[in-house]
Write a protein that binds this ligand. Structure first.
Ligand code: GLN
Length: 533
């Protein structure tokens, strides 16, 4: 049996302290040392996947090549370890229970009372081991969502506790990422919450091997010693992970403290030389002051930072490669609808991202129109493509009734309509056109110029599409169809010829952008925005 080394990552004190970035950063450092690494997220919520949660609840939904709607941490993992992950890299309580219940109905446990321990925990364990085995990883990093002490997290914590002695596990260590708060009035960092969190972890049977302290400022040697003493770890096992100007600096910050070496020693794996020069260069470029480019993102969830996470990262990656700093100006689509496009004045580029439903649509159309008429570089993504088609149909072709059936089901001019396969689907979870699909590009287009190849593959997440019935008329009016899905003849990319850079795609290019490999469409969009400014 193939044996994998495991690193289990848990969180303490509060959530949202960047546990996923710590896990991803460690993955980056280990991969850099020549180890095959995979990262998995165990999410204790009862939803089967993140697809049915809105961005207010959960930030963005990250889509994998194999069409899973997952936790946004998978995006961090992909960007930091530069590997594409799949649906099994995200396990939720909902997924575990639905599998166990199906098996129970099938009679797999015939005679037994099905219980949290061992049936639920065994299912979690097999889902963890399978991912490690299928990816042929030397090291699997497994992050448990939520915070130690959460009731719903308990079966997962119990499962990772048991895994230490599982025959499929070579060696396992536990990393606890915890908050060390800074008390303004006292001017001090406080270790007590960490002590309590570790106490809680130990009461469930897990002794952490490594503690990562998230704090505003670096923690001192004395604090390290104190945490080591109270939490029963060696001082070398306590790492400081202070706030840094860019998340891409976290691997460097941890490497300076020799975290990867310490972890490898604990796993009884050889320490190997790392070469972080390329990553270091990337971070230096991010921090180096450069010309700023203002990109207006006209969407709905502007107050939620994580709602357009991959999008923001993709814009940043493209900025780094173009030697500019991208200032993302999040603009509320509803206010553009009610107050007009004045707020878009001076924009170097306008982006309309993915979305659902009627709220904010008028503002999105107004923003698209503003970009088209004023020759401002424009990138439309998914819903952004659909409303770009409607805007063009209404204002260039003069079809006043042009609409999407998502918003106006009975429209007499459905230029965007429900896909054939979608008709009659009543369940909303996991039923969209999801994951990677092929797209064939047309020569002499902006899309072809960006990608430099004819066949591409991109990730999708939508129910509605460009209606081919109107294709010829739209082309006659000046719309360029530059990307087509070859299997189903679906329009995937549109652009405008008489415009400096106006392109919209039905897929989500942001999911595939990596810091070291910016996405071609973002690269060209930012290049156009930078040269326009
Ligand atoms: N609401 C649109 C659809 O379902 C677009 C989805 C999206 O932007 N991801 O087709």
């Amino acid at each position: 049996m193939r044996k994998t080394h495991f690193i289990f990552v848990t969180g303490g004190v509060v959530s949202s302290i960047g546990k996923g970035i710590v896990a991803a950063s460690l993955g980056n450092l280990l991969k850099n040392r020549g180890y095959r690494v995979t990262v998995q997220k165990l999410d204790p919520y009862v939803n089967v996947d993140a697809g049915t949660m809105n961005p207010y609840q959960h930030g963005e939904v990250f889509v994998t090549d194999d069409g899973a709607e997952t936790d946004l941490d998978l995006g961090h993992y992909e960007r930091f370890i530069d590997e594409s992950l799949g649906r099994d890299n995200n396990v939720t309580t909902g997924k575990v229970y639905s599998t166990v219940i199906q098996r129970e109905r099938r009679g797999d446990y015939l005679g037994a009372t099905v219980q949290v321990i061992p049936h639920i925990t065994d299912q979690i364990k097999s889902m963890v081991i399978d991912v490690a085995a299928n990816s042929e990883a030397d090291i699997a990093i497994v992050e448990v969502g939520g915070t130690i002490g959460d009731i719903e997290g308990l079966p997962f914590i119990e499962a990772i506790r048991q895994l230490k002695n599982d025959p499929a596990v070579s060696r396992a260590i536990y990393i606890h990422v915890t908050l060390v708060p800074h008390l303004g009035a006292a001017g001090e960092l406080k270790t007590k919450p960490t002590q309590h969190s570790v106490k809680e972890l130990r009461s469930i049977g897990i002794q952490p091997d490594v503690i990562v302290c998230r704090s505003e400022k670096p923690i001192t040697k004395e604090m390290t010693a104190k945490i080591a003493l109270f939490c029963d770890v060696r001082p070398e096992a306590v790492f400081s992970c202070p706030d840094v100007p860019t998340i891409y600096e976290v691997p460097l910050c941890l490497d300076e403290q020799n975290m990867a070496d310490y972890v490898l020693e604990q796993l009884a794996l050889e320490k190997r030389m790392a070469d972080l020069s390329a990553w270091r260069e990337l971070v230096a470029k991010i921090k180096q002051p450069s010309r700023r480019v203002r990109i207006c993102v006209v969407g709905k969830y502007i107050e939620i930072k994580d709602a357009y996470l991959s999008l923001a990262e993709a814009l940043n990656h493209a900025g780094i490669a173009n030697n500019v700093t991208v200032d993302i100006d999040r603009i509320d689509a509803e206010s553009v609808g009610s107050e007009g496009t004045e707020c878009l004045q001076g924009a170097d580029g306008i982006l309309v991202p993915g979305g659902f439903g009627s709220r904010g649509v008028a503002g999105k159309i107004a923003a698209i129109n503003y970009a088209r008429v004023n020759n401002i570089p424009f990138l439309g993504i998914c819903y952004g493509l659909q409303w770009a088609v409607v805007e063009f149909a209404r204002n260039v072709c003069g079809w006043q009734e042009a609409d999407s059936t998502e918003v106006t089901p009975g429209t007499s001019c459905p230029v965007v309509a429900e896909m054939y396969e979608q008709k009659g689907i009543s369940e909303l979870g996991g039923t969209m056109r999801l994951g990677a699909y092929a797209c064939r590009l047309r020569r002499n287009t902006k899309a072809f110029e960006a990608y430099g190849q004819l066949e591409i593959s991109e990730r999708h997440r939508h129910r509605f599409e460009f209606n081919n019935r109107y294709r010829m008329d739209l082309e006659d009016a000046g719309m360029v169809i530059s990307g087509i899905n070859p299997d189903r003849n679906l329009v995937e990319i549109i652009e405008l010829r008489d415009h400096p850079w106006f392109l919209a795609c039905q897929f989500h290019p942001e999911y595939k952008s990596r810091p070291s490999r910016p996405h071609p469409l973002f690269l060209k969009f930012i290049e156009a925005a930078a040269s326009a400014g």
